[in-house]
Design a protein around this ligand. Structure first.
Ligand code: BJW
Length: 231
């Protein structure tokens, strides 16, 4: 049986594919008020503005390509049972070849009913427009998790974190809960790495490797695939 390896990713892993992070300088939350575009209240107040925000980001996702970090994470499947738990709503892990990806904050390439969260479908075009409705006649919205809404698959994710023997966290500021708390569920026996270009709060038991995802993640993957400890 293969060893269980959890990759926990945030916006930073897709930054070098040209997708903006949220809280860095130049990030989305410096350009937009998060309560206006990423909350149920903002959606009720101005659905057209919310749809525009996500339509523009969906176009960017469709134009982006997986980078060396996404590809290195996919390569790890040669040796490990890899579960990618991502806060990202893009599909770059899947396009890089990762076969088990859990999207805790939803997926931008899917639409869902605004009255029934179980009515979800994959979009066949890059935009959702006002007036496009679900089978129950309500406006379609992006299938993403806004502030105040329940995140997805938490019980399964806690199980994956608790049973993994290796964990690689990359490109997240660990500011958004409850997902940020997953790092605390990791086993003390697990080998744990945290990758970011800047020194920030380091979760307990994680070793910090500083640098951009496209440099540090392929290095860690190479070491793990060759049975060496990353330095
Ligand atoms: C690189 C790099 C490179 C750069 N290489 N790295 C008080 C305490 C605790 C919790 C709360 C609280 N008050 C409210 C809450 C709950 C709230 C919350 O956590 N708020 C905090 C902000 C305080 N959470 C929620 O509401 C969640 N739901 C929930 O709790 O439900 C229960 C509930 C119900 C009712 C009432 C209250 C609670 C839902 C959270 C939904 C988050 N949604 C978003 C937007 C939607 C998706 C989208 O539009 O994309 O998800 S917010 C945004 O942040 C997005 C991300 O997934 C998420 C995390 O961001 P991430 O990925 O960490 O990005 P950044 O930008 O923060 O960090 C990037 C990092 O990359 C940085 O460290 C860089 O250095 C690094 N980086 N370049 C490697 N090249």
């Amino acid at each position: 049986m293969k060893e269980k390896l959890v990759v926990f990713s945030g916006a930073g892993v897709s930054a070098e594919s040209g997708l903006k992070t949220f809280r860095d300088m130049g990030g989305l939350w410096h350009e937009y008020a998060l309560e206006e575009v990423a909350s149920p209240k903002g959606w009720r107040a101005n659905p057209a503005a919310v749809l525009r925000f996500y339509n523009e980001r969906r176009q960017a996702v469709l134009q982006a390509q997986p980078n060396a970090a996404h590809l290195a994470i996919a390569d790890l499947e040669a040796v490990f049972d890899v579960v990618v738990i991502t806060q990202n709503i893009d599909d770059l892990h899947e396009r890089a070849g990762s076969s088990h990806v859990v999207h805790v904050h939803g997926e931008i390439l899917k639409a869902r009913s605004s009255v029934d969260a179980s009515l979800i479908h994959v979009l066949d075009k890059p935009t959702i427009e006002l007036g496009e409705v679900c089978a129950k006649g309500s406006q379609l919205r992006p299938d993403v998790v806004w502030f105040g809404e329940n995140v997805r698959h938490m019980v399964a994710c806690e199980q994956h974190f608790a049973t993994a023997t290796r964990i690689l966290a990359v490109g997240t500021s660990l500011t958004v809960y409850p997902v940020a708390g997953l790092v605390e569920v990791a086993s003390d026996a697990a080998e744990r790495y945290f990758v970011s270009p800047e020194i920030q709060k380091l979760p307990y038991g994680f070793r910090f490797l500083q640098g951009p995802a496209t440099v540090v993640v392929p290095h860690i993957a190479r070491c793990w695939l060759e049975g060496r400890q990353p330095e």
